[in-house]
Design a protein around this ligand. Structure first.
Ligand SMILES: Nc1ncnc2c1ncn2[C@@H]1O[C@H](COP(=O)(O)OP(=O)(O)OP(=O)(O)O)[C@@H](O)[C@H]1O
Ligand SMILES: [Mg+2]
Length: 364
């Protein structure tokens, strides 16, 4: 009860800004950097600042920081132009090792972590001294605790945190992007199992999230929406900007007279659909055979191309579960109370950044 009162107290009277410094969520990927700063208002959590800085190909490749100086230039601009001093950052899926382990049950989190650490080199292809990991309780069977986690090589962790720190931004927390995305897209009471498809510019991430928060499977495909834009560009012989407008307006909805257009776009998109349904079938099959694995009940779309018109219907036809466009505002102040400064379609690009920034508010 006392705890309940103090939680309400904190929610209604947020601490002064100098006690709780605003913390940005920063998403660094192959196409560029995106950031979001959230703040508490009486209506709920609101977006205070956001931005996208695109960079040329090759700065971050397959999760590796290839051109650190370009990334740092962008981060310094974010720091200067938006006064960002603290940040939560995401580590890329491509460099992650998801694992599941069984350890003796204990109620003590520190003891549990120590037993996971002891066997970490059996779970992931990294020497114990080189592995950095986060772990969560999955389920308990008598004296056995099922644990799920994600590990990264120490080198990757320091590569990203050093680049951010050297830009004058203090890193408060680091996590895998597979933890950040569901925090943004799934509402806190949502405990179902789903597949999230983050359809970005140059890559697409497929993640399977059990019980609303545990990433159990993830992969990155080198297929992104830019390839669709290029297909449109070629078909109509237009500029890239014009092709983006056409793609946005037409989507992949069959209409009279657009057979040629559709087939040019679907040639590219069918590769993605095949990958999604392959992973989906594989998981459903595991769920039928393994007690601790739950079947996917829904597919949630994210990323800038997640709002492509007709995409939910197109994917639904091959998976047979509902496919919906994600809502990264679902854990923010209600739309009818505070209109977010980011347009809804654009917001899907900010799923990782919003999820990272939400870390500051979820345990209030
Ligand atoms: N309304 C829309 N309909 C379809 N596509 C859109 C829409 N708005 C933006 N896009 C596309 O979304 C893409 C950008 O998405 P996003 O910001 O998620 O990519 P990214 O995270 O930077 O890329 P990556 O993760 O591959 O590095 C671009 O290809 C853009 O053309
Ligand atoms: Mg992305």
């Amino acid at each position: 009860m006392a705890q309940g009162l103090s939680r309400t107290f904190r929610a209604l009277f947020p601490p002064p800004r100098f006690l709780k410094m605003p913390t940005a969520g920063i998403d660094m990927s192959a196409s560029g950097v995106k950031f979001v700063v959230l703040n508490r208002s009486v209506k709920g959590v609101v977006i205070e600042a956001f931005g996208t800085y695109r960079f040329k190909k090759g700065v971050i490749t397959d999760g590796d920081l290839v051109e650190r100086s370009t990334l740092q230039t962008v981060l310094k601009r974010i720091q200067k132009e938006h006064g960002v001093h603290f940040a939560n950052i995401a580590l890329p899926e491509q460099k992650s090792y998801l694992f599941q382990a069984k350890v003796p049950y204990t109620a003590d989190d520190a003891v549990l972590r120590a037993s996971v650490a002891q066997n970490i080199s059996e779970q992931v292809p990294l020497p114990a001294s080189e592995a950095r990991f986060g772990a969560d309780r999955l389920s308990r069977e008598k004296d056995i605790q099922h644990v799920t986690g994600v590990a990264y090589a120490r080198r990757v962790v320091s590569e990203y945190s050093d680049a951010v720190s050297a830009s004058g931004i203090t890193v408060k927390a680091m996590e895998s992007e597979m933890n950040a995305v569901p925090r943004a897209l799934l509402s806190q009471g949502d405990t179902g199992t789903c597949m999230i498809v983050d359809f970005g510019r140059t890559t697409t991430k497929i993640m399977i999230i059990q019980d609303g928060k545990h990433p159990l499977f993830a992969t990155t495909l080198d297929i992104g929406g830019h390839a669709l834009t290029q297909a449109v560009q070629k078909f109509y012989n237009v500029t890239e900007d014009e092709a983006k407008v056409i793609k946005r307006e037409k989507g992949i909805i069959p209409e009279e007279g657009n057979v040629g257009y559709l087939s040019s776009v679907l040639t590219t998109l069918s590769g993605l659909r095949d990958e999604v349904s392959k992973r989906f079938e594989y998981w459903q099959d595991r769920a039928r055979n393994e007690k601790s694995v739950k079947p996917i009940e829904m597919i949630v779309l994210a990323g800038g191309n997640g709002s492509l018109r007709g995409l939910p219907e197109y994917l639904m036809a091959s998976v047979g579960v509902p496919v919906r466009t994600g809502d990264p505002f679902v854990n923010l102040a209600p739309f009818n109370e505070v209109v977010p400064p980011i347009e809804f379609e654009q917001s899907l690009s900010y799923s990782v950044a919003i999820g990272l920034a939400l870390r500051e508010f979820n345990d209030d």
